[in-house]
Design a protein around this ligand. Sequence first.
Ligand code: F6P
Length: 325
Amino acid sequence: MEKKIKKIGVLTSGGDAPGMNAAIRAVVRTALHHEVEIIGIRKGYNGLINGEIKEMRSRDVSNIMNLGGTILHTARSPEMMTEEGQKKAAAIYSILGLDALVVIGGDGSYRGMRELAKYGVNCFGIPATIDLDMGCTEYTIGFDTAVNTGMDALNKLRDTSSSHERCSVVEVMGRDAGYIAMWCAMTGGAEDVIFPEAKETQDHKKVIQQILTNRSTGKRHNLIVVAEGNGGTQQLAKEIQDITGIQTRATILGHLQRGGTPTATDRMHASLMGYYVVKAIMEGQKNKVVSYNRGRYEIIDLEESFTMKKQLDPEYYDILKVLSI
Ligand code: F6P
């Protein structure tokens, strides 16, 4: 017979993402709805290793839905990369008498769960990263807010670039993936985007030639988005200015994209994913993650989640080029 679930732990790990709080709220309240004790673990895996915990009650997650960041705080934990750290974390899990651990985070956090599972920790993942770079799910909490922040920045840069007839080169986050870059470029009406998944190597000369063509067809400004994974933003801005004579400014959005009040999309995914994960725990499932694929939420094996792949549709770039003439 399955062991009755009495106590669950929840933590946020890795880079914060807008919507993590909505996910914490959903996990806490769904657990309480099932009359299960729920423990908040502070500062990600570090907090588990150091036993930094707090019992969560319904009112502890009041008024957090609208907040960016994470009320549980988060960390990238070098200790969790070591066998010693993993053993310690698993030992604290047992001492606390937890029946399951919910980890809200990105692929690094999922790799942490995979290690903990080897020591008998019953791990459940909720995908949260602004980068959208997890193969197992078409949506990750935080992406929509980060893209909206990037789009908003592009709107503002368009105003000033247009007034001065300048070019703006804007670098957005995304680690090694180009999802944020592509979405910001498309929704911000950028003239070009440089991103890691491009089919061909993106030659600066081509970008510069396009800017000259745009000028000759009456464009007053040019917005060029660069993914963090490509980098070289300052250098590109300099090359554009030197070769075309068009004044060019570089802007690196950086951590600005990690903050802010989560959008409705992020709150909705976070709420439903939090609910479904606790439901899976209550059903007696073991080592699972919640994903959003083909318009539906699904519960899949933690191990299987590492074998799943997805790809930024390369056609998006061709479409962007058509729409930016
Ligand atoms: O994974 C989210 C992310 O913001 C990436 O886009 C970026 O490369 C990285 O985290 C930055 O990490 P840190 O906040 O540790 O500097």
